[in-house]
Write a protein that binds this ligand. Structure first.
Ligand code: DGJ
Length: 729
């Protein structure tokens, strides 16, 4: 039993293997939060300290008791309009436009297994025992019921949360904010907030700031989770590091507009929230109608970021990414994009396939440019008919020939988009988002289809299925290359937030249908690289193209930031040409290979143009990928350096859970004359045991590797890579 209700003191306690979360049904049936931290027992209501505080009012039920105030109490789910002046997780408006809600506990239920959320991603029970807590809160004056759902994943030390809002009255109500998770923390320690921010081509850079009284707020209004902010936040001790300190993670399983907020209140307590972006969000609910919020996953560690990441990695691998994809070895691919861009035909592709086969690469992916009249990025999105005159054959013939060569075949799509220069636009200009009377905001010269409308999703699904049905497609790369604007629907509720929520649900529905119709097909997510890299997408697509930036040195930073929440095995990572097409940087092939080997491995270049020496590196890379597949997929990942701080070298490590085998990679980032020696300190080894490096035959004790480190050889040249494959003797 991981969920315990104590009838005497009215506490509800959620226990995972190493953590405890406690709430109490407090005075006047307000549901109060008490604790989230290392395993603890007993009634923790003593933590609540009541004072008469000026300008913090008292609900009428409290009579003349001036010490009971919702402005100062830790609330399990805060609502606007009951005297709590903090930013709250819920706001509702009645038919007259009156805001306000006063939620009280009604009942609760403890259920075996994990709840699900209609139309939205939701972690499932796998390799773990999961229990659900369902708590019903109600405001009978506002005529709203709020069901709080908690999924307790014991082994993974994760607690998922979501809310369901229901109109229990006759008149329409409008939900103006419904965050999925809200955590009021009673804590007077100095804390930091870590967020993962960036831009197209440089996603998820780690930013750490001290928590003050003002809020740290991040979010997206782009229709996707975005390159710019990621729906993942860590709140930690000021002194927390990779291996020490308390930290709480909040991860959102959602791929659209979101908002995350952390702030400290004047009483000292902290509030941390995550949910759908509430800007211009008014979700109308008629009598008996419900709104389902997406899921958030909370995780706590008192041993720093590494343990937090390990817990999230296992949780995502076991409980978010669905089998069978996660059990199958992902093929090494060569992608036509940086190899040929829009300039290809059958012969060029078959040549690329021959080169791939010769070097051991297992799949050819035909990227953008195979449909309509698409020879550049200004046209044809929406016209999902194969350009046979460009290719010189049908997709069926091409895929057959590629399979005959012993390779798998993959295809790029961008289903959510439409070009003005397209047959589809001629027929259905009203399918693109546009506000009547206004011009478009073009981006990459393309417009966005209204995926909140089922008939549009149906059309695109049928058109793309027609291509897949008539060819042998093993893999789909599903791209999305602009942020959304001009949000107006010609069929449905006219509210920005509602349309954007329904858009995401429509997009999920599209992928779910693809998954169902082609259960063996691997789908990789992409949004101009990593613009929709989130746990919601990972529920549908087990890997995501991490960034359009394929410069190995920049990728070290991007993969580092991404690794705080997401497993390495979900990160699309390819070797590309030098000078790099985005930055012009020259990086040795060995280093490019070593960096890409940390993710789902592949190539993004014309393999036929490689030198003999580089081809040999490809053969080595292919062998290494398979040799270390299980180690990298199932092992633990350690960030040995922070590339945002250490500009001399970067290092990371995969080690098996039984500590018998590890792969350590080191890349030098700077080069000096007569340089001092740098030592890389490794982690997670058995101190008492001896490990042999399979590359050099040298032996080291686990303790020496961890405490004294490994000296990086001083070899002339930029961006050298070193690898150690350490096997316990
Ligand atoms: C953006 C993607 O991230 C690239 O890899 C490529 O697929 C292009 N779109 C194609 O337009």
């Amino acid at each position: 039993m991981s969920i315990i209700f104590d009838k005497t003191n009215k506490t509800i306690t959620l226990n995972t293997d190493n953590t405890t979360y406690q709430m109490v049904i407090g005075k006047f049936d307000y549901l109060l939060h008490l604790y989230y931290g290392p395993k603890a027992s007993g009634d923790m209501s003593y933590l609540l300290q009541m004072y008469d505080r000026g300008f913090s009012g008292n609900p009428s039920d409290a009579g003349t008791d001036r010490t009971f105030s919702l402005d100062t109490l830790p609330l399990e789910f805060s609502a606007y309009g009951n005297g709590d002046y903090r930013d709250s997780s819920f706001s509702v408006k009645n038919v007259e436009g009156v805001y306000g809600c006063d939620l009280r506990y009604v009942n609760h239920e403890i259920i075996e297994g994990k709840y699900t959320i209609p139309g939205l991603p939701s972690a499932f029970e796998e390799n773990d025992e999961v229990e659900t807590l369902k708590v019903e809160l109600e405001d009978n004056a506002a005529k709203v019921s709020v069901t709080l759902l908690y999924g307790v994943f014991s082994k993974h030390d994760v607690i998922t949360r979501t809310v369901v809002i229901e109109n229990i009255g006759k008149d329409e109500i409008k939900v103006c904010r419904a965050f999925s998770a809200s955590l009021d923390i009673l804590n007077s320690d100095e804390l930091d907030v870590i967020t993962f921010n960036g831009r197209h081509g440089m996603e998820r850079c780690v930013e750490r700031v001290p928590l003050g009284k003002g809020a740290v707020t991040i979010g997206s209004r782009r229709g996707t989770s975005s390159h710019h902010h990621n729906p993942f936040v860590i709140l930690c001790d000021k002194t927390a590091g990779e291996n020490n300190g308390n930290c709480i993670g909040m991860l959102f399983l959602y791929s659209g507009n979101f908002r995350a907020e952390v702030f400290r209140e004047y009483t000292g307590s902290v509030r941390m929230m995550m949910g759908i972006q509430d800007d211009m969000f008014e979700y109308p609910l008629g009598k008996g109608e419900k709104f389902y919020a997406p899921e958030a996953a909370l995780c706590y560690s008192n041993r720093g970021f590494t343990e937090l990441s390990h817990r999230y990695h296992e949780f995502i691998n076991d409980n978010v990414i669905r089998v069978p994809e996660n059990d199958e070895v992902r093929p090494i691919l060569v992608n036509s994009w940086e190899a040929a861009f829009f300039d290809f035909d059958k012969n060029k592709l078959l040549k690329l396939a021959d080169n791939a086969k010769e070097l051991g690469v297992e799949m050819l992916v035909l990227d953008d440019g195979w449909f309509g009249n698409r020879n550049d990025d200004n046209t044809s999105l929406g016209d999902w008919n194969v350009n046979e005159s460009k290719l010189g054959c049908s997709m069926g013939e091409l895929s057959e020939e590629i399979h005959r060569k012993g390779l798998k075949f993959g295809l790029w799509i961008e289903p959510e988009m439409i070009s003005e220069k397209s047959e589809l636009y001629k027929k259905h200009p009203d399918w693109a988002y546009q506000i009547p009377g206004r011009g478009f905001i073009r981006s990459r010269n393309q417009l966005v289809l209204d995926f909140s409308r089922k008939e549009i999703v149906d059309y695109v699904f049928n058109a793309i299925s027609e291509v897949i049905d008539n060819a042998e497609i093993d893999y789909i790369k599903m791209d999305m290359n602009r942020s959304i604007t001009d949000v107006y629907t010609r069929n449905g509720i006219q509210n920005y937030g509602v349309i954007m929520y329904k858009y995401v649900v429509g997009m999920y529905d599209f992928i779910e249908r693809l998954r169902k119709r082609y259960p063996k097909m691997l789908i990789e997510g992409c949004s101009g690289g990593g613009g929709r890299f989130d746990a919601g997408m990972l529920y549908y697509t087990p890997q995501i193209w991490t960034s359009d930036n394929t410069d190995a040195v920049e990728r070290i930073k991007i993969q580092y930031g991404t690794s705080f929440a997401y497993p390495m095995s979900s990160m699309g990572a390819h070797v590309s040409v030098v000078p790099n097409q985005q930055t012009g940087r020259m990086v040795p092939m060995k280093t490019r290979t070593a960096v890409a080997l940390a993710g789902t491995f592949g190539y993004e270049l014309d393999l036929g143009l490689l030198s003999e020496e580089e081809k040999e590196e490809v053969r080595v890379g292919v062998k290494e990928y398979h040799k270390y597949y299980d180690l990298c997929k199932k092992g633990l990942y350690y960030r040995l350096t922070n590339p945002f701080e250490n500009t001399e070298y970067a290092a990371w490590e995969f080690i098996s859970k039984d500590r018998k085998e590890a792969l350590v990679t080191v890349v030098t980032l700077d080069t000096h004359c007569n340089a001092p020696v740098n030592y890389v300190k490794m982690q997670g080894f058995d101190a008492e045991e001896v490990y042999k490096d399979e590359f050099t035959g040298k032996e080291y004790s686990g303790a020496a590797l961890m405490h004294a480190g490994w000296p990086i050889p001083n070899i002339p040249g930029e961006y050298n890579a070193f690898q150690l494959h350490l096997v316990r003797k």
